[in-house]
Design a protein around this ligand. Sequence first.
Ligand SMILES: Cc1cc2nc3c(=O)[nH]c(=O)nc-3n(C[C@H](O)[C@H](O)[C@H](O)COP(=O)(O)O)c2cc1C
Length: 200
Amino acid sequence: MTSSDATPLAGLGADPRVAVIIGSTRPTRVCPGIARWVAGAVQEDSPLRYELVDLAEVNLPFLDEPRKAASGQYEHEHTKAWSRLVSSYAGFMLVFPQYNWGYPGVLKNALDFLYHEWADKPAGCVTYGARGGSKSAAQMRGVLQGLHMRVLDEHLEVVIAATDVDEDGQILDLEALMHPYLAEAKAIDAALVEAIKDSQ
Ligand SMILES: Cc1cc2nc3c(=O)[nH]c(=O)nc-3n(C[C@H](O)[C@H](O)[C@H](O)COP(=O)(O)O)c2cc1C
């Protein structure tokens, strides 16, 4: 995705990149579709460059670093690569489902691998579930605050009703499901723009 059609805003450096993190990795997950929709919707008018980061592709093991992340001393190449990738982004949009009233362990694991790389960077949450995933969002806010991220007030909770999915849990009409959330998605983008401007 590019921001070539967007109008640069005063005070915003060239092309700041935002990672839209796909925060579930099940083989039959719906997360990539939702993340792609949100990234596409906000990209249209944004001076930011949104890029999808799929935790299934990042493919981290369970945290296996001998030293705590705050030391910044990493032993494994997968951690160093993840550190480089996360460091390269000015902000984050985390897209994840509610699992048993919490967030997916794979996302927490990916966060726990690093520390300084997340600090002071803005983060917006997009959650989904039968009631929008508000419990997972609330727990994640605490985690992100623990990482000293700038957690945006603006967020999005996608309610996925039983009638929105087929018998395999796949979303029947992604556009129809997501379109009502367009304004909220754009509000996250606007908040990210402001937060990134402030930090430059
Ligand atoms: C382990 C697990 C726990 C779940 N717990 C909840 C829950 O607490 N609340 C809810 O609304 N939906 C829950 N669901 C339903 C998910 O919202 C739904 O399966 C969604 O598609 C999961 O996202 P994913 O497909 O990207 O993994 C759960 C699903 C799984 C697999």
